[in-house]
Design a protein around this ligand. Structure first.
Ligand code: GLA
Length: 373
């Protein structure tokens, strides 16, 4: 039974429509978004669908096919909730100012949660599109991305950046999205690995991941502290890396700055390679990004390091952890005819350490959020 039929069963009437927003993988540009920097994500084929219909009593009722449990009901003007429902409720609360009213929402997801693939942004964006369409509220997508970010900050208490909702709302099939997180301007960069004889493997390491547990917020605070000491608005503005490193006394802050500044350069290099039709050369940049996230930003985790190590030994072009870190997923770029060998090497590395087997996902750059029916 699909989400439309389940909606009728749960709420006793048909939905007015179904909206879908994808998860994302960030090709490169990690921990740069909240430093006003550059990112290069693309949308996944997997995502979150929301079947929805208006209610005229100002109440938002939400239910998830995956999370189970009761239907959550709160006034659209704001109410207290916890867990997954925080996201749709937070989005509705932010959009309330724009004139949306009550609604029934049924959420269905084929995106693994906690895999660092942005299931929360997908939920925010699918909900946001659904509510705007239902109430005829016109919000440009870059603005909707900012509203989704605000909902996550204010309701879920996670100080995430602009990348995830922007990727979900603005990405297009066969492309990555180069986003300047200061100006909010974005452009599409052709990225179709198969056409270049390459395979991009996305690997859920099955190691726990949550942004709410403090490590992410601490990194963000360190970056802000470093920018303050360097007298710049954001680490994006550091042009003379050697000079900046020379003037910071705290070795931890030096490492954070080293990562952010070099990572922005890697995004620019990656965009240049893709535009030149040299996607295979991205591999070395991915691995350089991983080493920087491991050693300078210190957000990698043992399973991610093992994937990159096993994959590059097996002849892959390169790979790196994606997302906030401390668990989640890894991408590996390999020649298509080495993909099987790479995959087997990663599986063996996990088995040898007694870790749960990793899950391999389809990482085809896909369409962004849209109305399905
Ligand atoms: C998480 C956040 C993003 C971004 C990444 C790190 O995924 O949600 O905004 O900061 O971490 O690049």
């Amino acid at each position: 039974m699909n989400v439309r039929e389940r909606f009728a069963e749960v709420f006793g009437r048909p939905p007015e429509g179904v909206w879908r927003a994808p998860g994302r993988i960030n090709l490169i540009g990690e921990h740069t978004d909240y430093n006003d920097g550059l990112v290069l994500p693309f949308a996944l084929p997997m995502g979150v669908s929301v079947a929805a219909a208006r209610r005229d009593d100002g109440v938002l009722e939400v239910r998830s096919l995956q999370a189970g449990g009761e239907t959550v009901r709160v006034p659209v003007a704001g109410g207290s909730v916890s867990g997954w429902a925080t996201y749709p409720v937070g989005m509705a609360w932010v959009l309330h100012e724009y004139g949306i009213g009550g609604a029934s929402l049924l959420v269905d997801s084929d995106l693994p949660q906690g895999a660092g693939l942005s299931s929360s942004a997908a939920l925010l964006c699918a909900t946001g599109l659904a509510l705007c369409d239902l109430y005829g509220v016109e919000v440009e997508r870059p603005e909707l991305a900012r509203l989704a970010q605000r909902a996550e900050w204010d309701f879920a208490g996670v100080p995430s950046g602009l990348m995830d909702p922007s990727a979900s709302l603005l990405a297009t099939a066969g492309h990555a999205l180069m986003l300047d997180c200061r100006s909010g301007l974005s452009s599409r960069v052709p990225f179709a690995p198969e056409e270049a004889g390459l395979t991009l493997l996305a690997i859920d390491t099955r190691a726990g991941h949550t942004l709410a547990d403090g490590g992410y917020a601490r990194r963000r605070a360190e970056c802000e502290r470093a920018a303050g000491l360097l007298g710049v608005a954001a680490l994006r503005d550091v042009k003379d890396l050697a000079g900046a490193l020379g003037s910071l006394r705290d070795p931890v802050l030096r490492r954070r700055v080293q990562h952010v500044v070099t990572e922005n350069h890697r995004v620019e290099a990656a965009v240049g390679l893709l535009r030149a039709g040299a996607a295979a050369e991205l591999g070395a940049l991915l691995t350089a990004s991983h080493l920087s996230l491991r050693d300078q930003f210190e957000v990698s985790w043992p399973q991610a390091d093992a994937v990159v190590d096993a994959a590059t030994r097996a002849g892959a072009r390169g790979g790196r952890m994606v997302g906030g870190g401390f668990g989640g997923s890894v991408i590996v770029l390999t020649a298509a005819d080495r993909a099987e060998r790479t995959r087997a090497a990663v599986e063996e590395a996990f088995a040898a350490r007694g870790w749960a087997a990793p899950a391999f996902l389809a990482a085809t750059p896909s369409q962004g959020a849209r109305r399905l029916a």
